[in-house]
Design a protein around this ligand. Structure first.
Ligand SMILES: Cc1ncc(COP(=O)(O)O)c(C=O)c1O
Length: 381
């Protein structure tokens, strides 16, 4: 009884990252040596080690996953008005990189089997104007990409694979992030590997690598005058301190992936008898759920609203986070008239209306998982 009361008074955030001893040793090294900006050996080391882990040739470390998307897409040098296929159910960064470059985003609804882009729908939406597809793996499983990759190779459509949420995940036994012409990752604090803020672009193509490197660093002049710039770029550099942390984190990736699956499996078994929520399975025919976050969707028969349930959990000191608001529902894009007004993407809307995720960061304790699951089961009783 005493234990229960103690737990109730303790706030359980949706994510607490795991900081490793090696992260601190590496960061202290930077501080001692004074290599604190983007110059310094850890940036190159992290790029090399991370790209090797994913099985790509080149890595360009940047300041965020959003920056990685901006750079990756711009490096393809597409013409205004050309089409880029993206999920409607994703972080806004996916649509932003397309819109900022004057390209046309074509939205894809969710497949409720795995909460990812519906691959049949992708194939239907490919036209002569399609120049790239951003394949974004969401929450649990990778997108079932085999067919799409084949079609893209044939039609010379570039793939940007967004594996921000899938560090350490595999698709048909190959690492997520190893499939795209360009692959992007985020190292925000809720990702499997964190550098506080950060991201990376990976590629096997030297030309794309050189272009991304230049775009990350203001496109400084490659000719005699460094300050006569080659193109419109950004300062999206990652600092040596961030990369130092990334190297420490990467050393622990096997443990991280194992722990994420343990957290997910624990929730999974605690919700086994709850018929009011939908949760994704632990396995599908091409992958194993990595449980980046543990998502739950209130079934249609549940009379309670998502907001109410999330509030009730908050009253018990449990923080939750809503699922993504689909791109076609974003007020800013409505104002800008980006997407056709009446077009519906009903699966994404359904997930957004009824889905949220539970605390599932790497530092969560098993007793906290039990408490969260117990509270949710009671609220839905
Ligand atoms: C799939 C995906 N891509 C990109 C991003 C953007 O990453 P960042 O927050 O580092 O800009 C996120 C952020 O959560 C994400 O989930």
């Amino acid at each position: 009884m005493k234990k229960k009361l103690k737990l109730k008074s303790k706030f359980i955030p949706v994510n607490i990252p795991k900081i490793f001893r090696q992260d601190k040793i590496n960061i202290n090294k930077c501080l001692k040596q004074g290599w604190i900006s983007s110059e310094g050996s850890f940036v190159k080391k992290f790029e090399k080690e991370f790209s090797k882990y994913i099985n790509k040739k080149y890595g360009i470390a940047v300041s965020s996953g959003t920056a990685a998307l901006d750079i990756a897409l711009k490096s393809l040098n597409l013409n205004k008005g050309e089409e880029v296929i993206i999920p409607t159910f994703s972080i806004i960064s996916t649509a932003l990189c397309v819109i900022k470059l004057g390209l046309k985003p074509i939205l894809i609804d969710v497949d409720l089997k795995n909460w990812n882009m519906n691959t049949e729908d992708i194939l239907k939406k490919i036209t002569k104007k399609t120049k790239a597809i951003i394949i974004t793996h969401i929450y649990s499983f990778p997108v079932d990409m085999q067919k799409i990759i084949k079609v893209c190779r044939k039609k010379n459509i570039k793939i940007i694979e967004d594996a921000a949420e899938m560090i350490g995940q595999t698709y048909k036994n190959k690492r997520c992030g190893s499939f795209g012409d360009l692959s992007v990752f985020s190292f925000y604090a809720n990702k499997h590997i964190t550098t506080g803020e950060g991201g990376i672009v990976l590629t096997n193509e030297k030309k794309l690598y050189e272009k991304c490197k230049s775009l990350r660093n203001l496109c400084f002049g490659s000719g005699v005058n460094r300050f006569d710039h080659d193109d419109i770029g950004w300062n999206y550099r990652m600092t040596n301190i961030q990369a130092a942390m990334g190297c420490g984190q990467l050393k622990n990736i096997s443990w991280i992936v194992k722990r994420k699956r343990e957290i997910g499996s624990r929730y999974y078994s605690l919700f086994k008898f709850n018929n009011k929520i939908e949760i994704l399975p632990k396995y599908n025919n091409y992958s194993k759920n990595i449980f980046w976050v543990f998502g739950v969707v209130l079934k249609k028969k549940v009379k309670l609203k998502k907001k109410y349930v999330m509030n009730e959990l908050m009253k018990k000191n449990i923080q939750t986070r809503s699922f993504f608001c689909p791109m076609h529902k974003q007020k800013i894009f409505k104002k800008m008239n980006i997407f056709p007004k009446k077009k519906r993407y009903k699966n994404s809307e359904y997930l957004y209306s009824n889905g949220f995720y539970l605390p599932s960061g790497l530092s969560i304790k098993n007793s906290e998982i039990d408490y969260v699951a117990n509270c949710l089961n009671n609220i839905l009783k």
